[in-house]
Design a protein around this ligand. Structure first.
Ligand code: HH2
Length: 334
């Protein structure tokens, strides 16, 4: 008999240990207890007492995504083909430079590359479809001509997604979770490729003005659950949906920290988790590292934390540094 009676509107956070009775998402983490959040209260209960459906969501092994094994941590290397991205803006606008960087990330240990042609940093303005196509498609074609590495297209737009998939991309990464251009969900479903749905509050131009939540972890989880339901309603298979809490997208420093501390709660959604914190401003705020390029160590620390909480994909600028750190973590985590 289960001891714990579930209430409405609860959030379940598996408390991760390196050895325990339940394997998290078929991966490298385990848990014996679960923290249950209800309103302003939380209590720790034994996983044995959690209803079966919730436990299954947390423990079920995840299917491969774009050929990547979700039973181990994966590195997504960031390649922004833009003049204005907050970290690498302007460096890879020349397709030859973009290709060099892509190949460098592959040899540094990236499992997948995320190609973006529109900055979505705070304050960024929308880029026209033609411009975004011209930036991304030739680079995807050039990478595909040289390598089988899985490619993700970081876009909010159906037309860009469609062209990128035709050029050889195999995952759609939408920071607007199909709210900006719902037709992108149809494009993704028709192509039978996986999607990453990321949480954002507001649009990049204004999202950092005054982000407000009741309980940020619960609110983001609820919103992601809605995004997953929408994607499914469009024909994207549940086991091909990745969720991302959207660090820095309509979030204060406190919001980002709470989401990271409670990252494992998002496993209750039953999908692989992607985390993108690389070089973001909150790392500078917490450490004093003013420029994005100075935030490599802080970014690696966040990636290690995400993986320790069972996140299956970390989206990073610094592939070699992250790979080295994950190798050490993998060797020592026991
Ligand atoms: N962050 C950025 C862009 N795309 N996608 C996902 N899934 N998760 C993220 O956290 C995420 C993302 C923003 O970072 P970056 O691409 O480095 O910068 P910019 O938007 O300025 O191009």
């Amino acid at each position: 008999m289960k001891q714990y009676t579930p209430q409405d509107d609860e959030l379940f956070r598996p408390l991760i240990v390196s050895k325990g009775e339940n394997q998290l998402a078929g991966g490298w983490c385990y848990f014996t207890d679960v923290e249950v959040f209800n309103g302003d209260c939380s209590q720790v209960v034994s996983a044995k007492d959690i209803e079966d459906q919730t436990l299954i969501q947390m423990t079920r092994p995840r299917s491969p995504i774009a050929g990547l094994d979700m039973g181990r941590p994966n590195i997504m290397g960031i390649l922004n083909v833009t003049p204005d991205s907050f970290s690498d803006g302007g460096r890879y606008l020349d397709p030859a430079c973009a290709l060099d960087q892509a190949m460098k990330m592959v040899s540094d240990g990236a499992d997948i590359l995320d190609i973006g042609g529109e900055s979505t940093r705070p304050g960024a303005k929308e880029v026209g479809i033609d411009e975004e196509l011209a930036r991304t498609v030739p680079v995807i074609e050039a990478i595909r001509a040289q390598s089988d590495v899985p490619i993700s297209i970081d876009t909010r737009k159906a037309a860009v997604g469609k062209a990128a998939l035709a050029a050889g991309a195999s995952l759609v990464n939408d920071v607007a979770a199909f709210t900006f251009d719902p037709a992108l969900a149809d494009v993704t479903a028709r192509a039978r490729v996986p999607a990453c749905v990321m949480h954002a509050q507001g649009l990049p131009a204004t999202m950092q003005n005054n982000p407000t939540y009741g309980d940020v972890v619960k609110d983001v989880s609820k919103a992601l659950s809605g995004h997953v339901a929408f994607a499914r309603s469009k024909g994207i298979a549940l086991d091909q949906i990745v969720v991302d809490p959207g660090i820095g997208f309509g979030k204060t420093l406190d919001h980002n920290v709470l989401l990271l501390r409670n990252l494992s709660a998002f496993h209750s959604l039953g999908c692989p988790i992607l985390l993108g914190a690389s070089r973001k401003k909150f790392i500078g705020t917490l450490t004093g590292a003013e420029t994005a390029a100075d935030r490599v160590s802080g970014s690696v620390a966040v990636a290690l934390h995400a993986v320790s909480q069972g996140a299956q994909i970390v989206r990073v600028h610094d592939v070699a540094e992250t790979r080295q750190a994950l190798r050490m973590q993998g060797a020592l985590f026991h």
